[in-house]
Design a protein around this ligand. Structure first.
Ligand SMILES: Nc1ncnc2c1ncn2[C@@H]1O[C@H](COP(=O)(O)OP(=O)(O)OP(=O)(O)O)[C@@H](O)[C@H]1O
Ligand SMILES: [Mg+2]
Length: 377
């Protein structure tokens, strides 16, 4: 078992393209770390550098405390599962599992022991004699995982290992990988562009954008305290509502929206935010924090209220996503199924000011507020 440590690692491809800019982070021994970000942000590049399939332009990469910049892939004690799992089509499941060990001249009894152990763990025992073509997609994926597992590496690298599977299989394989991680206690680095997969699997998540690390944190912390607008918008589905405008401090704080409509009342916001009056900021509100209100008379102490127009309602089983128009913006609320006025009608919306996220309009960075006044969940 081993941890992986990046210190100021840069990757510049021969074309001159900078794929990773100064990455510094550590994957702890036994941790399941997820790398997530949009296509082309450098996830596979990072993983391939750990595997030794890609050179490191600058900086230091260590595995288990040993600097491996110049260490050959086969001496790194890692195993990688690629997106296109590429099983050997003419070999049976058992032969596919054993092949890497044979190449490494592992003793025959040891190979049998490991193949038996791994095929029991992955429920492949019944299909050891079959060819890959005789397996379902999920079963093939398990064989690909098994091929990495028989190696008993100190670090597992998984590059979008579930992207070829249908939605249902993805779910069950995702649970399988989480279980496997618990059982093996191995260090795993898992790449995906799917934010739901990242949130459900990762103990911690690295969010990447254009080769730059945006934030590294637990899923809950990323969701509750996104470091910038990019992370705020990338994690969470539907994405966070964002209001942009100039902060005004009347009796109550409010936001003069860029869209030029009547100011959005913000209610009781922290002093630190009130002090930013006159500045341009972005205010975020998660869809589950935008409430649809029954039209009740308003008391002074009530949360701020706005009136939106119902646009589209998307039922997704146990929840509904309600899309609304407000001050030229499209907002979305996520709520339990309920009866609603017809589309096009007005509806009252409200929110708890403590659920607002504040970002600087220019730098897009989170404005950190006193946690006792702006409590994360
Ligand atoms: N050999 C190469 N030469 C030049 N540029 C490359 C090379 N390989 C990758 N890149 C570029 O580096 C960037 C990062 O690529 P990478 O494969 O790491 O992205 P990714 O985050 O894994 O994306 P995806 O989700 O699409 O797999 C991309 O812009 C890509 O075009
Ligand atoms: Mg990739």
């Amino acid at each position: 078992m081993a941890g992986v440590r990046f210190e100021n690692v840069r990757k510049v491809y021969e074309s001159g393209y900078v794929a990773i800019q100064g990455a510094s982070f550590e994957v702890r021994n036994g941790e399941l770390m997820v790398l997530v970000g949009p296509s082309g942000c450098g996830k596979s590049t990072l993983l391939r550098m750990i595997a030794g399939l890609e050179s490191i332009t600058e900086g230091t990469l260590s595995i288990g405390g040993r600097v491996v910049n110049e260490v050959a892939p086969r001496e790194r004690d890692i195993a990688m599962v690629f997106q296109n799992y590429a099983l050997y089509p003419h070999m049976s499941v058992a032969q596919n599992l054993a092949f890497g060990l044979k190449l490494r001249r592992v003793a025959r009894e040891e190979i049998s022991r490991r193949v038996a152990h791994v095929s029991a763990l992955l429920a492949l025992e019944e299909m050891l004699e079959r060819l890959p073509a005789q397996l379902s997609g999920g079963q093939r994926q398990r064989v690909a995982l098994g091929r990495a597992m028989v190696r008993e590496p100190s670090v597992f690298l998984l590059d979008e290992p579930l992207s070829n599977l249908d939605a249902k299989l993805r779910l069950s394989m995702r649970a399988e990988i989480a279980r496997l991680h618990r059982r093996l206690g191995a260090t795993m680095i898992y790449v995906t562009h799917d934010q739901v997969e990242a949130m459900t699997l990762g103990e911690r998540i690295v969010v990447l954008r254009d080769g730059e690390i945006q934030q590294i944190d637990s899923p809950a912390a990323l969701y509750d305290r996104p470091a910038n607008l990019f992370v705020a918008g990338f994690l969470g589905s539907p994405a966070m509502n964002v209001f942009r405008g100039r902060l005004r401090n009347d009796a109550e704080a409010c936001l003069e929206l860029d869209s030029g409509e009547a100011p959005l009342p913000l209610g009781a916001v922290p002093e630190k935010i009130r002090a930013l009056a006159g500045r341009n900021i972005a205010v975020g509100l998660r869809p589950e924090d935008l409430r649809l209100d029954a039209a009740a008379p308003r008391a002074r102490s009530d949360p701020p209220r706005l009136i939106g127009q119902l646009d589209v309602v998307e039922p997704v089983g146990n929840e509904i996503f309600v899309y609304l128009r407000y001050a030229g913006l499209e907002l979305v609320s996520r709520t339990a199924p309920r009866s609603l006025p017809p589309c096009g009608e007005s509806i009252a919306l409200s929110f708890d000011p403590a659920r607002l996220h504040f970002f600087d309009a220019q730098s897009e960075k989170r404005i950190v507020t006193d946690p006792s006044k702006n409590v994360p969940r």
